[in-house]
Structure formats: C-alpha cells, structure tokens
Unconditional design. Sequence first.
Length: 246
Amino acid sequence: MWGIGSLLGALVPLLAVAGFAASVPEAVGTVRAFRSADRCTDGSSRTDCLHSKSATVRSTERTGGKSPKYEVRLDGPAGVPDEVDLGADEPLFKRLKPGDEVAVTMWRDYATALSRDGITQQSGDSPESEPEWQAGLAAVSLTLACYLLYLGVVLLARARRIAEHGPPYGFWFFGMCTLWAVIAVVPAGIAGAFASIGPGHEDRGWLVLVAVWAALLPGVYVGVQWHGRRRRRTARAKRLYGPRPT
C-alpha cells in the first residue's frame, strides 16, 4: 500500500516539473520585454510600456528581523496593488507617511517603483529572477519525484524483507541526498541570479542555475556517503566499547 502510494505521489512533483520547466521560456520572454520597456510617450497608459499611476499611502510597516520587509499599503485606482514591498529603508520608505500622494510606476501587472518629490525607490515587484525561480522549483520537484519513485519501487519489491528487518539503509541515505540536493538549489539560484544581470542575459540565469546545481550533486552524494560511514563507525564503536565517557 505504501509503495503504491509513493509511486502515485511521485506523479504530483513530476507534473510540477513539467509545468515549471514549460514556464521558463515564457518567464525569459517576460524579463526580456521588461528590460527593454520604455516610458509611454504618447500620453497613454499601455501595459507594455512604463507608466505612472497616482496613489495614496494608507500606512507603512517594517516587519521581520534579519530579513525585514518594508511594506507600503496603498489606496489607488484599478491595477495598483494594495501593498508594495520596497525592500529597504532608503531612499523613500522612511520619508513616507499616511496620506502622502505617490506615483506608482507600473509595467503590466507589476508595480516596479514608488516616487515622491523627485525621490524614486525601486520595489521588489518585477519579473526579474522569475526564470530562475521556475527552474529552481523544477529542480526541487524533480528531486522529490525521484525519491518517491525510489521509495515506491523498493517498498513494492522488498515488502516482506522490510516487514521482517525494517527499512533499508537506502531510505536514510537517499533521503539525506534528497534533502541536500534541495538545499543545493539555493546557492545555484544565487549564481543564476547574478548570471542573469544585464540586458541580453535573460537566458543565462536559469542555465547557470541548472549547471551549478548539477555540479553540486556529486558533492552531495559524496558528503552524505562520508557522513553515513562516520555514523556507522560511531554506532559500531558504541556497540563494542559502550558510550564515550563524559
């Protein structure tokens, strides 16, 4: 039963892999369009060019500890979001107070910046890094799918042995490999984000992410293997000589 459940459960992350991977080209195209967008010059507010909408500050709030969010809550016309995260205290956030009128720079559905009295601060609301996010989520989903497939196959093929002797060592070993492979997506994503900076580099970020992540996987395997051997040696020494004196 558990084996069948694991195999069926693997279908969910496999479908997620397909969805995230398929969305990467569209995300790349969105970033490319955003980076090449100019200000609307004909007085209109078309979504494919940068334009401004007026809004009123309802409140501001700094939340979080080591990774704070600088949220500005807005009252504005249709299309202006209720909240915008400016990401830092400077140069505009600390000057804003309820009732202030601000200009919200819009591109499609993104509120990319706030301006007041000649001071502009960029927001975190932009399509930048979306290709890397999609590729990273695809890598995470693929890792989870592989582990669930492994669990399902082993549980079905060795059901009686597992019932008699307990789960095999591979459950722990490949489980730890899965955990660290997922964690490895974070530094790979950081490398991809830096690689995608600049016009014309929209395709580079997610490719670097995948390459760095794939390069880290052998290190993950070797590291977990080394830790497993050390863990077994410690357990064997404890059985032979008892626990270490404290």
